[in-house]
Design a protein around this ligand. Structure first.
Ligand SMILES: Nc1ncnc2c1ncn2[C@@H]1O[C@H](COP(=O)(O)OP(=O)(O)OP(=O)(O)O)[C@@H](O)[C@H]1O
Length: 645
């Protein structure tokens, strides 16, 4: 009879804690046991290399899973280094004692580089996660090079036993006696082949040794005569076969030039559930204080839920090929939230459950490198493949614009070179850099005009004058555009200038004098128009920005018409009633100006009707609703009738 040894008192408490508190998901027990098996094989592999062992066949290394439904057990076997009696006692009898960690340290002390092995274990607790799903665990182990095998057995509550047993080859078999099902928990699922397959794919797909299991699959029975069969005649048989459940080598660990575009695309589509090929794949490794490999994708299409709260940004995280978490949020900045992909690093500080990262410096370093890499790849695309970049821009440009605006412009320096706006001159999208590079001599500002559509903006009265001067204008059609330019403030020391706001200052000294004279001569009439319009306008003045059109509205610096419209369109409305100032500008070179002068000279009050009509016209041109459309229409008709009398 084996002598029963007791867990130390603290160990018992710790074990209880382990079983009930460390992990959120019971299913990770399999990940932990597979990782241990892989570590054990790594150790034997290392030993065989360093001691030149001829009886070790490296191609035979494997992990084997077995489901026994009758006895409700699941076992995990490896042909790794195994443990002798002392090691079983040390490693499995002492919680938080990691033989694997000690092994790794030993190697490091010997200055043997870590890449010889890729040991996963470090805390010395993973094994006990088995007790989350099992009420008894047997560990049969035989150490390489030793004669005797031992069985360690425990039901967690009442200590453990170690006895001699027999085992042919070196390695370890861990058998879990699954707990009885409860109302909340169905432990039988760990006896289901598909569930085990799913868990291996999810957590242990890139363990570098084959994980095998006998599986039952339905196979079609081919007719003997080889003839075509009708679907209803097709017969199936259940076939048992030994199947390797994991892919072993992660795509990102393979050399870049060996991977085809198709492989990348297929990987992306299956991993991130997309039907469309990614627009861009970025695969890179960084060596240094924090080493990592990253495989990133810019999707070809924005996901359906991209602009909703359901969308979760973040990258998948692997540590030494073991899946740690989905959507590691800190790894990707908000302005690149469309990027999907993963990071694999052995330098991460994981918390004990390996379900979370410690929020530490390493993580920041990785996130920084990723951000820079995405930016530089986008810039390269912009430079070398404009068409591709525009495709990207049409899908995710809005996100970049929000990125500039958000956080009071904290990321504007990083993102400003990625911006595109429509150019009046080129009639296509251009960068701010391109705009500035071809500014006319003496041109001080980067001109822009906002509106609903390019064609509409192009028709706006104020646009003509700037165009006539030979200056390029950026046409802004997204709500966020003006806010973006406002937060940028300047670009390459050039100011942004809204051509419907403030003084454009495009006239020569002579022209200015001429206009001042006209304003002085018509001072009374302009005041009369202002009085007629009352509070609706801040001022009525002679325009310096109109060429062919009779009137336009302009605003002071500060709030622009476009911003007012954006605020009013917000779900909560424009709560503070913030409005752009309205200045009615009249073209002194338009026949309407002469007509006004004439009417004013004959009957000062008659000018009021003209004032209302002109103001309503200006509102309509600017895309604002008018107060009284019926009245407007009536007046137009009256004028038309009058004109024919
Ligand atoms: N299949 C196995 N073959 C050989 N040794 C094993 C096996 N499983 C566990 N061990 C030994 O038991 C120790 C404790 O395992 P446990 O899973 O609790 O911790 P760990 O793997 O070292 O660290 P972590 O908590 O990070 O997983 C391991 O370090 C290893 O020395």
């Amino acid at each position: 009879m084996a002598r029963k040894k007791q867990f130390k008192a603290e160990s018992k408490r710790l074990l209880d804690l382990m079983i009930n508190s460390i992990y959120t998901h019971k299913e990770i027990f399999l990940r932990e046991l597979i990782s241990n098996a892989s570590d054990a094989i790594d150790k034997l592999y290392y030993k065989s290399l360093s001691e030149n062992l001829s009886d070790i066949d490296q191609n035979a290394f494997k992990i084997h899973l077995e489901i026994d439904k009758e006895n409700r057990t699941l076992s995990i076997s490896d042909n790794g280094l195994g443990m002798n009696k002392e090691e079983l006692e040390e490693n499995l009898g002492t919680i938080a004692k990691s033989g694997s960690f000690a092994f790794k340290q030993e190697l490091e002390e010997k200055d043997e580089k870590e890449d010889a092995v890729d040991i996963i274990g470090q805390f010395g607790v993973g094994f006990y996660s088995a007790f989350m799903v099992a009420n008894r665990v047997d560990v049969v182990s035989k150490k390489y090079g030793e004669e005797t095998a031992y069985i360690w057995s425990s039901d967690a509550s009442d200590g453990y036993t170690i006895e001699e047993t027999s085992k042919d080859d070196c390695g370890t078999t861990i058998t879990l006696y699954l707990k009885d099902n409860t109302d909340d928990e169905n432990y039988d699922e760990y006896l289901a082949q598909y569930e085990i397959e799913r868990l291996i794919k999810k957590y242990s797909d890139y363990i570098r040794y084959p994980i095998e299991m006998w599986v039952e699959e339905q196979k079609r029975i081919e007719p003997e005569d080889g003839e075509e069969q009708k679907p209803e005649d097709v017969k199936y048989e259940t076939v048992k076969e030994l199947k390797t459940l994991n892919s072993m080598i992660p795509l990102w660990k393979r050399s870049k030039n060996e991977i085809t575009k198709e492989e990348y695309n297929d990987f992306y589509k299956s991993k991130f559930n997309d039907f469309t090929d990614p627009q861009k794949t970025i695969h890179f490794s960084v060596e240094g204080n924090v080493s990592f490999t990253s495989l990133l994708f810019i999707p070809g299409k924005a996901p359906m839920n991209y602009y909703s709260q359901d969308y979760k940004k973040g990258l998948q995280l692997y540590s030494r090929g073991v899946f740690i978490m989905d959507n590691a949020d800190e790894l990707i900045p908000e302005h690149f939230r469309f990027v999907k992909g993963l990071v694999d690093s052995q330098d991460l500080n994981l918390n004990i459950s390996r379900e979370m990262l410690q929020h530490d410096r390493q993580l920041k370093v990785i996130a920084n490198r990723i951000e820079k890499k995405i930016k530089s790849e986008l810039l390269l695309m912009l430079k070398n493949d404009r068409e591709e970049y525009e495709k990207f821009w049409n899908t995710f440009g809005l996100q970049i614009k929000f990125g500039v605006y958000n956080g009071f412009g904290a990321n504007k320096e990083l993102l400003q070179d990625l911006l595109l706006f429509y150019s009046s001159k080129e009639q296509k999208l251009i960068t701010l850099d391109e705009y500035v590079a071809r500014m006319e001599e003496g041109q001080e500002n980067i001109y822009f005009m906002s509106g609903e559509k390019i064609e509409k903006i192009d028709q706006m009265p104020a646009v003509q004058k700037v165009k006539d001067k030979g200056y390029e204008i950026l046409y802004l059609t997204d709500n966020v555009d003006e806010f973006v330019l406002q937060i940028l403030g300047t670009f390459k020391e050039k100011n942004f200038k809204n051509i419907s706001q403030g003084d454009l200052d495009l006239d020569s000294e002579e022209e200015k004098k001429e206009l001042e004279k006209k304003a002085e001569e018509n001072k009374d009439m302009l005041e009369g128009l202002k009085t007629a319009l009352g509070e609706k306008v801040k001022e009525v003045k002679i325009s310096t920005r109109l060429v062919d059109d009779p009137v336009c509205l302009s605003s002071d610096e500060g709030m622009s018409f476009e911003m007012e419209k954006v605020l009013s369109a917000m779900p909560e409305g424009n709560p503070y009633g913030m409005k752009a100032s309205r200045i009615l500008e009249i073209n002194p070179n338009h026949p309407i100006f002469e007509a006004l002068q004439k009417v004013y000279a004959e009957d000062k009050d008659a000018v009021k009707e003209y004032a209302d009509l002109l103001f309503d016209q200006a509102l309509l041109i600017e895309g604002f609703p008018i107060d009284n459309p019926a009245e407007f229409s009536k007046k137009i008709c009256e004028f038309m009738v009058r004109a024919t009398k």
